[in-house]
Design a protein. Structure first.
Length: 126
């Protein structure tokens, strides 16, 4: 990205010496284990999923960020982090995916200021 300076006399020229690159802060996503129960004939399972996002550089929770929760590459739900960096959502997942995978993935895709990250956590039957 070119960096320019604008004054009443005009705007500076661009060239190789004015290049600027910004490195986003690293982030950490912690996903919590989730319990589920089954009843005879169930083809889908309701999951209560939770993950917490923090900025590794500032050691602060990151609010207002979108977290996507998936089981076997199928989106279960999406939630926005609160002031504590926590995102919680409830959604249905196919029983076969839950039993075969045994875990879910929480994903933060990142922003210009925060790097993306993922975390996995187990899915366990009550």
């Amino acid at each position: 990205m070119d960096v320019t300076v604008t004054t009443p006399a005009g705007t500076s020229a661009t060239g190789p010496a004015d290049q600027y690159a910004y490195t986003p802060d690293a982030t950490r996503l912690d996903a919590e284990a989730a319990l589920f129960s089954l009843a005879p004939g169930d083809l889908d399972v309701t999951l209560d999923l939770k993950a917490t996002l923090s900025d590794v550089v500032t050691h602060q929770p990151t609010a207002g960020q979108s977290i996507t929760f998936t089981v076997d590459r199928h989106t279960v739900c999406t939630a926005t982090t609160d002031t504590h960096g926590a995102a919680e959502c409830h959604g249905l997942a196919a029983l076969v995916d839950v039993l075969l995978d045994g875990h879910y993935t929480a994903t933060f895709t990142g922003t210009p200021a925060l790097a993306g990250t993922t975390a996995t956590a187990p899915l366990s039957q009550l």
